[in-house]
Design a protein around this ligand. Structure first.
Ligand SMILES: [Zn+2]
Length: 315
């Protein structure tokens, strides 16, 4: 027995050793299996995007061939955003940087200057005619084109063109995905028209905190009122707020919303003073952290549903 176990001991040890190497080999194989897709990922085109909504649209066109880094995240306000040194570092590894333009990213010139960005800056609204509006007596350009799915179709073409130029091998892949996404946007517009069809023009009035929905209003015949201008950086004047309260009382507007990116206090105060209730929130300049608006298509559907429901109560 003793002899056997003595003989068995080294044997056992070597069996254990063999077992260990089998385990190690299996672990190595497993690691390689995981390493393979990771290597494939490393060949993806690294691109930066200024904010969450545009990041989703770029991902929809770029699919598996792009690695998207977004600077301003869900529920964050791009107007008041301050780029950090970490953002400059994140951007440094990218080959394209997609932005909305039209002054939406007010911090962009500063960032470009301080980062000496080596890649290509792509302004997705290029070629689209912006709407202007009067804000505090001055004519201003409204940057929120992404709230109009029809204009987003052109943005999609601009994105596909920039990706194809940077990654010619993926040109047909990007073209196909862009075509599919444009199709989804067409469906979205038709769907929205249907949702809003029953609401007479006189009831299509909505109050939000800042002027983010001018393009949506233009497309679907909705008048949006806002105490703040096209940027959340502008302060609402006491006079504007008082005028809005009077207007709500006089006209019987009931569709009153706050936004996911801004402080709800101003809208709550207006609603309180005008004796109406706030209908919840609209997703204006960012996707949501919660599951309600994690993609652009979802965001748009959420907003249209909320608007259609609230406008029915207008008088
Ligand atoms: Zn905005």
């Amino acid at each position: 027995m003793f002899g056997l176990s003595q003989r068995g001991k080294p044997q056992g040890k070597s069996r254990l050793g063999a077992g260990l190497s089998v385990v190690l080999a299996a672990m190595f194989a497993l690691a390689m299996a995981f390493a393979a897709p990771a290597r494939a990922q490393d060949t993806r085109l690294p691109v930066g995007v200024s904010f969450s909504i545009l990041a989703d649209i770029v991902k929809s066109v770029g699919g598996d061939r792009v690695d998207v880094t977004a600077l301003v995240g869900p529920d964050q306000d791009t107007h008041t955003y301050e780029p950090t040194p970490a953002d400059v570092a994140k951007l440094s590894g990218t080959r394209l940087f997609f932005v909305n333009g039209l002054g939406f990213e007010g911090w962009l010139p500063r960032l470009m200057k301080s980062s000496h960005y080596p890649g290509q800056l792509v302004t997705v609204t290029k070629g689209l005619k912006p709407r202007t509006m009067v804000d505090d007596g001055k004519a201003v350009t409204d940057p929120h084109m992404f709230q109009d799915p029809e204009r987003v179709k052109t943005m999609v073409d601009n994105i596909a063109a920039a990706l194809s130029q940077a990654d010619p091998a993926g040109a047909s892949y990007y073209a196909e995905r862009a075509k599919n996404y444009r199709g989804a946007l067409d469906d979205l517009i038709k769907w929205a028209d249907k949702q809003l069809a029953a609401i007479p023009p006189s009831r299509r009035v909505v109050l939000t905190s800042h002027d983010a929905f001018g393009y949506l209003g233009q497309r679907f015949g909705i008048k949006f009122l806002a105490p703040e201008g096209v940027s959340t950086q502008s302060e609402a004047s006491a006079k504007d707020v008082a005028n809005l309260i009077r207007l709500i009382r006089r006209t019987g507007i009931r569709a009153v919303f706050m936004e996911n990116i801004s402080n709800p206090r101003l809208v709550e105060r207006i609603a309180h003073d005008a004796r109406v209730t706030v209908d919840g929130k609209l997703y204006s300049d960012a996707l949501s952290k919660n599951p309600e608006a994690t993609t652009y298509l979802q965001l748009f559907q959420y907003n249209i549903r909320a608007l259609a429901t609230a406008m029915k109560d207008n008088r």
